[in-house]
Design a protein around this ligand. Structure first.
Ligand code: HEM
Length: 393
């Protein structure tokens, strides 16, 4: 018999932000869905329950008129279902196809990674967050969107402001204000270049949207570019850092990867499982229904905790370990179902084939800085906020 959603009053946003994994384990043990009062949301944390949700968009919709994301970014493809979702997804796909990533974006990403490493290779030490991962992700995304005069620091600040706004479940007014200002600045940046892409199609995302089979309104373009700025910058940044961190903490795995560079791909994939950059995203329950052992009501808001599911011990053995040789590796870090991450191939190439391998091959004897420990933060979005390293010069 399905039971009502149990309440967990002793789990705070602060605890989740510092280290969500012990709380995630308690939630997985407690029930299919738990209510976390401080975050004011029902959380789904077990791998199989999330697969059930993602296979059934009739009962568990992405469309969500009251969602924070709609307020912060406008009504994007991420909060639509079925036909409405598919036409907008199709419109961006030309920029993300594996062939386009390989032939068009790879040389761009290569150049950006090399220029960044050139700028600090002689220093012997750096915090890889601000010297490499943040500018790498931001400069690559500027190129992909088709922005011309936007500084990487501005794009990164807009992305952070949007993401903070979207995860502002505590409804802090300053966070909401910063997100609104970022949204206005992005609209202006789009307006400044849009006409440049009208005449002939290019690989950029703005061009793909303008030349889509089904014409897009300015409102659709703006909302979807904001989703891409939110989801296409912090996640590659965080997964660059997490992959480097995972390898530096595990010298044996690092040695195997350096001996066989084709393993960098696996190192990246395992990093996205181990610390999922998007730890949680929402769905809405469309009818009274049962999920696993829990009774849900129409209109319930669910937080789909892929960060927790990726540590589910019924799915992964020794789930807290970073282990690129684990038996079962397919994970939920890129989501699942119709909204499966559109940028997966871009991220695999940018992070797993270019950014991380170049750091290890160009910075001799790369190691963690013993005097300055790495700092991890977040649960809705999670990754290192600082990764100090040293190398031989
Ligand atoms: C390691 C890097 C990345 C991770 C872990 C990641 C993760 C995710 C996840 C979990 C979703 C599903 C969200 C949901 O269903 O609500 C998603 C969707 C999406 N991602 Fe990514 N992402 C990454 C990189 C990127 C990049 C580089 C781009 C673009 C340049 C991108 C663009 C998108 C878009 C447009 C969607 C929405 C797809 C849809 O609704 O159909 N992502 N991503």
């Amino acid at each position: 018999m399905a039971a009502p959603v149990p309440v967990m009053d002793d789990i705070s946003i602060a605890t989740l932000t510092a280290d969500p994994y012990p709380s995630f384990r308690r939630m997985r043990e407690a029930a299919s869905v738990v209510w976390v009062s401080d975050a004011r949301i029902n959380l789904v944390t077990r791998f199989e329950d999330i697969m059930t949700v993602e296979r059934d968009h009739g009962r568990f919709a992405s469309t969500n008129p009251g969602s924070l994301m709609n307020k912060v970014m406008g009504h994007s493809l991420m909060r639509k279902d079925d036909e409405a979702h598919q036409v907008e997804r199709k419109a961006i796909e030309p920029s993300f196809r594996p062939g386009v990533v390989k032939n068009h974006w790879t040389p761009v990403f290569d150049r950006i990674a090399d220029q960044l490493i050139d700028s600090f290779a002689d220093d012997g030490e750096a915090d890889l967050f601000d010297r490499f991962a943040a500018p790498m992700a931001s400069l690559c995304l500027c190129e992909m969107i088709g922005f011309k005069d936007v500084a990487w620091q501005d794009l990164a600040a807009w992305s952070q402001a949007l993401m903070d706004g979207v995860s502002n479940y505590g409804t802090d007014p300053q966070t909401a204000h910063r997100a609104a200002a970022a949204s206005d600045a992005i609209d202006a940046a789009i307006d400044a270049v849009l006409d440049d892409y009208r005449d002939k199609p290019e690989a950029t995302i703005l061009s793909s949207m303008l030349h889509a089979e089904s014409p897009h309104s300015l409102e659709q373009i703006r909302a979807n570019i904001k989703v891409i700025i939110g989801g296409g910058l912090n996640e590659p940044r965080d997964s660059i850092l997490t992959t480097v961190y995972g390898l530096l903490l595990n010298p044996e795995q690092r040695a195997r990867v350096e001996a066989d560079p084709t393993l960098y791909r696996t190192a990246f994939e395992e990093a996205v499982r181990w610390v999922s950059p998007i730890g949680m995203y929402p769905r809405r329950v469309t009818c009274d229904t049962v999920l696993g052992d829990t009774q849900l009501k129409e209109g319930d808001q669910l937080g789909i905790c892929v960060g927790a599911a990726n540590r589910d011990e019924t799915r992964f053995s020794d789930p807290d370990a970073y282990d690129i040789f684990r038996e079962r590796s397919s994970h939920l870090g890129f989501g699942a179902g119709p909204h499966f991450c559109a940028g997966t191939w871009v991220a695999r190439q940018m992070v797993g084939e270019i950014a991380v391998p170049k750091l290890f091959s160009r910075l001799s004897k790369l190691r963690l800085d013993d005097n300055r420990p790495a700092i991890m933060k977040g649960w809705v979005f999670r990754g290192p906020v600082s990764l100090p390293v040293r190398w031989e010069i």
